[in-house]
Ligand binder design. Structure first.
Ligand SMILES: CC(C)(COP(=O)(O)OP(=O)(O)OC[C@H]1O[C@@H](n2cnc3c(N)ncnc32)[C@H](O)[C@@H]1OP(=O)(O)O)[C@@H](O)C(=O)NCCC(=O)NCCS
Length: 182
């Protein structure tokens, strides 16, 4: 969906614009997915699993902009893409349509500047306006940085999924389930 841009001041004094991802961001977002997948093991994909063409990505971003139940928010610092955060409905069936999920990843050079907290706070505001009643997410158990951020933003632990992920090195990793009631 389309939403108003918001400018925040980062911990280092720079400004960051939080705005909807646009079809023209396609090439930047593909590069971002590949690079960030190489910078952290805490996103689902490996770099070689980013297989979108710019045209496919344009279509996806256009569909998200026109979907009142989905949000894709980019953070722009000094004209460059710093990261992305999104909200998606869990499903259209009446028993689950009160729930949405959240995903967030920033380029490593933009960590610890306050972008993550600002994005999640703004997305939670927008998700409530849409009519969602809670945000659910999964976070790898070893990802203490993200868990700290989610707790700061009002999420609470609601469970654990054992052996949720299997890395290429053969190790299994549990996921912590977290929920924020809106
Ligand atoms: C997780 C992520 C989105 C955080 O974004 P961010 O912009 O760095 O977060 P913020 O700067 O808003 O806040 C980070 C907070 O965590 C704290 N923190 C940083 N490292 C920490 C650690 N190892 N343990 C505990 N807290 C930590 C910071 O002090 C800060 O809190 P404060 O503002 O109260 O001081 C970012 O690190 C990222 O993109 N990581 C890789 C992808 C990822 O893990 N995504 C989540 C998948 S579920």
């Amino acid at each position: 969906m389309v939403f108003d841009s918001r400018t925040i001041t980062l911990k280092d004094g720079r400004k960051c614009i939080l705005r909807p991802a646009q079809p023209d961001d396609s090439a930047d977002l593909i590069e971002y997915m590949e690079k960030t997948a190489g910078e952290t093991q805490f996103v689902l994909r490996y770099p070689d699993e980013v297989n979108y063409t710019v045209e496919q990505e344009r279509e996806i971003l256009g569909n998200i902009l026109n979907d009142p139940g989905q949000i894709m928010m980019t953070g722009i610092v000094d004209g460059k893409l710093a990261g992305n955060c999104s909200i998606n409905g869990i499903g259209a069936k009446r028993k689950i349509r009160h729930r949405c999920s959240l995903a967030i990843t920033l380029y490593r050079e933009y960590w610890n500047l306050g972008i993550g907290a600002a994005m999640i706070d703004y997305l939670a505001e927008l998700a409530k306006q849409i009519g969602y009643e809670q945000i659910d997410l999964e976070v790898v158990e070893d990802n203490t940085r993200a868990q700290a951020l989610y707790k700061k933003c009002g999420f609470e632990e609601s469970g654990k999924r054992t052996r949720a992920l299997k890395f290429d090195d053969g190790t299994y990793h549990d996921e912590i389930l977290m929920t924020k009631i809106l």
